[in-house]
Design a protein around this ligand. Structure first.
Ligand code: ADP
Length: 285
């Protein structure tokens, strides 16, 4: 398998590549990560079963689309493939270090610039993708309230009920979400989509990077809400973001609704106490 992958890398880059050293990289939630070194180059590769190829195709598309905006640094993907019963994605290897306050300020500014990038003017994306390993439906939709209520909360809630969670009637919850968002008409932004601290890093040179996206065109507040879900990003991130594009005063009210999506997804992925947390959040809505 590794020889075949090395050959593919040579084809993609047009440079001969042989794996001199392969080390496992931890920290991922879904895939097995490795650093492949050969000569004076290094690549990051993630592996999963061959059936997961579409997940990697969507990740490569997302990274390419974000890179094309020229706003925030993402790892540059080389390609995806299948070898020896595994699917894989190969991207540039980035040496991560400790970010400074300037790095986080720039991360905020760069993310705001990504969110301002112009796009198709609808909510959704070119294809369905995944959040963690849960499917994410991205059917193009004109109205944000419809998109978020149906394809985000409704979709996860149906999965959560199948998983045995005890939640109110799905139709009622969807109607409530629609109602809360009915007066809110954000412009569609290209989102990272899964922006917790494990998916934001700084290179050793201090450059901010976002990785492992679950991209779609949506309300930028959904990205910011997720940065606040598990402890929050450094304060400089938020001041950088607001310096470029201040948040609307209604953000604080919408934040729990946007984060309900991720808590439901955590219940669907990991079970446990996320179910009762999601139920409490729904009750509060
Ligand atoms: P998963 O899809 O399994 O969640 P991630 O994409 O989050 O995996 O990557 C897992 C870890 O690997 C990250 O937390 C990060 O530390 C490291 N990593 C991810 N991308 C790169 C890269 N391009 N270069 C170096 N390390 C990386």
């Amino acid at each position: 398998m590794w020889d075949q992958i090395a050959k593919e890398i040579s084809t993609w880059t047009g440079e001969p590549f042989q794996i001199g050293d392969r080390t496992s990289v931890g920290g991922g939630c879904i895939n097995q990560g490795y650093c492949l070194r050969g000569g004076n180059v290094a690549y990051f590769i993630k592996l999963n079963s061959a059936t997961q190829i579409e997940m990697f195709e969507a990740e490569a598309l997302a990274l390419n689309q974000m890179a094309a905006t020229g706003t925030i640094r993402v790892p540059k993907p080389l390609g995806v493939g299948v070898a020896g019963g595994s699917s894989y994605i190969v991207m540039e290897w980035l040496a991560f270090g400790r970010g400074t306050s300037q790095s986080w300020e720039k991360m905020g500014r760069d993310l705001a610039a990504l969110h301002r990038a112009s796009g198709p003017g609808q909510f959704g994306w070119d294809r369905n993708n995944t959040i963690g390993s849960t499917p994410q439906v991205n059917d193009w939709t004109d109205n944000w309230a419809d998109f978020f209520a149906e394809h985000r909360i409704g979709f996860q809630l149906r999965l959560a009920k199948r998983r045995g969670g005890n939640f109110p009637d799905t139709g009622q919850v969807i109607a409530k979400v629609r109602d809360i968002l009915s007066d809110w008409q954000p412009s569609p932004s290209l989102l990272h989509g899964d922006l917790w601290s494990g998916n934001a890093a700084c290179t050793v040179a201090g450059e901010p990077v976002i990785l492992d996206p679950a991209t779609y065109w949506g309300d930028r507040e959904a990205d910011i809400a997720m940065t606040e879900l598990f402890g929050g990003f450094p304060a400089h991130f938020y001041s950088g973001y607001e310096a470029v594009w201040p948040l609307d005063s209604g953000y604080r009210q919408r934040k729990p609704l946007y984060n309900l999506y991720h808590i439901l997804n955590h219940f669907n992925l990991f079970g446990g106490g996320y179910g009762s947390q999601a139920a409490r959040m729904i009750e509060q809505l």
